[in-house]
Design a protein around this ligand. Sequence first.
Ligand SMILES: [Zn+2]
Length: 70
Amino acid sequence: MADFADIASDYSEQVLQRTLDARPRFAVHSTLSAEFCEDCGVSIPQARREAVPGCELCVDCQGYREGRRG
Ligand SMILES: [Zn+2]
């Protein structure tokens, strides 16, 4: 009979491993783009990250910031 704490620990390790496995494996550019939007947390598409080296926002938040500055 497994201890509940052991089960919980196993589960969080699985989640962590799955998160690591889900990371893209392709080569990283010297200028790192964020994997997730700094404002809303949505994952930024790889195409955008390559097109805009160093980008930190998704298209929506970028447009929002540029269009509604101040
Ligand atoms: Zn965003």
